[in-house]
Design a protein around this ligand. Structure first.
Ligand code: IVH
Length: 389
């Protein structure tokens, strides 16, 4: 049976389950746990403490996710922590220092591989969680580019693959380096491992390839391959992976490339880094060019010409999500015109010209067979739900 953590809050056993305060043993009301107070009601002192607590908690989750490939919370729970952290900094801007997580991407390389400095940083995407957030995203772009309502903006709308991002550097058409995102500035050199992927050409097809060409995209494992791999791992007493993303990351970040070769990994190209020559003037044009070079690109990508079309795309992809053989956690909208992408540029760690419209966490109904309670060294009880897979 699958074992799921029933609670991720560190002190959930001392707090009322419904999140309200309950009297302590001296009969007085316990001090309200700041992590349960809405950001709009935090005092400056509470906000400072809560900001520090979230910084440490998020850093711990980043390490587990990016360096150890074994997260202990869901992506939706992680997004909630980040949203609370950002809301605190928004209300108390003094807390936003140079160390702020809002300026950081991923986690520094683990030391397992040689480091690679990215020619252009590998950044992250801002999230939209609602249709209104998408309307705001388009309105912000219109304002920034000073476009009036009659001017159409075309977007490339594509699934957001839940894998790990990769930068592939080709010089003279030959693959020379493959690097993970790392902290966005420096990644890990996984070239030997990437060479084992069928979806990554060793040499770009075509005659007129730019001298330097960095193709960026996502390495992923299909759901079917993930289940089969876990079966094999179980039989061999090896590591069991939590989800396809972790099994892709764990399979790629192996010291022995023959292990990576035995794991079926796919790659979708969706962007670029340094290019000595740009072979297209639109996002969708560049993606077509990558296909001509020998890459796989996502077949569900569409050109959308209005906010309504973007939102309809999100609905349609979400409806089909469970039937796809790879995990996605949302869709990404990118301004199609590259000259507009360049004018819009970046703000701290995310581009102004793109946004990830996330899906809510996938839901399913199951039976809870039992609750196992473990007692920690200090007497803290941790309940673990035992669920029907
Ligand atoms: S574009 C400037 N397109 O999502 C960043 N990213 O949350 C441009 N991802 O680091 C990224 N599918 O690992 C882009 N179709 C897609 C994507 C995608 C998955 C990942 C990527 C990125 C992360 C940001």
């Amino acid at each position: 049976p699958a074992l799921c953590r029933a609670s991720t809050s560190l002190n959930s056993c001392q707090q009322g389950v419904d999140g309200r305060d309950k009297p302590g043993h001296d009969g007085k009301m316990a001090v309200k746990n700041p992590s349960l107070i809405p950001v709009s009601e935090l005092t400056a002192k509470q906000a400072k403490a809560e900001h520090a607590r979230l910084t440490a908690e998020i850093a711990q989750h980043d390490k587990r996710y990016y360096q150890e490939d074994r997260p202990s919370i869901t992506d939706a729970e992680y997004d909630e922590l980040r949203a609370r952290y950002n809301a605190i900094e928004e209300r108390f801007p003094d807390l936003r220092t140079l160390e702020s997580l809002s300026l950081k991407v991923g986690a520094a390389p683990s030391g397992k591989f040689k480091k690679v400095r990215h020619a252009l940083p590998m950044l992250s995407l801002d999230n939209a969680f609602s249709d209104e957030d998408v309307v705001d995203f388009v309105a912000r772009i219109r304002r920034f580019l000073k476009l009036d309502e009659s001017e159409k903006i075309a977007f490339s709308a594509e699934p957001k693959i839940d894998g790990l991002s990769m930068s592939l550097r080709y010089e003279g058409g030959e693959l020379v380096t493959a690097a993970t995102r790392g902290d966005g500035t420096e990644g890990e050199d996984v070239t030997a491992n990437i060479r084992t992927l069928d979806d990554v050409p060793q040499k770009l097809k075509g005659k007129a390839v730019p001298k330097v060409c960095e193709v960026r995209g996502e390495v992923y494992m299909t759901k079917r391959a993930f289940l089969q791999l876990n079966e094999r791992q179980k039989a061999a007493g090896g590591q069991i992976f939590a989800n396809p993303r972790n099994s892709a990351a764990g399979s790629l970040r192996q010291k022995d490339p023959s292990i990576t070769a035995s794991r079926p990994l796919g790659f979708f190209a969706y962007g670029w880094g340094e290019m000595s020559d740009m072979p297209a003037d639109t996002q969708t044009g560049a993606i077509k060019w990558f296909e001509a070079c020998g890459f796989k690109t996502n077949p569900l990508t569409r050109l959308c010409r209005s906010t309504d079309e973007l939102i309809a795309f999100h609905r349609k992809i979400e409806e089909g999500r469970a039937r796809l053989d790879y995990d996605i956690d949302g869709v990404v909208y990118k301004i199609d015109r590259i000259d507009w992408q360049e004018r819009l540029g970046f703000v701290s760690r995310t581009p102004r010209w793109a946004v990830a419209h996330k899906f809510p966490a996938e839901r399913a109904t199951t039976v809870m067979r039992d609750v196992l309670i473990t007692v920690g060294r200090t007497g803290v009880l941790t309940p673990t739900a035992q669920l029907e897979p």
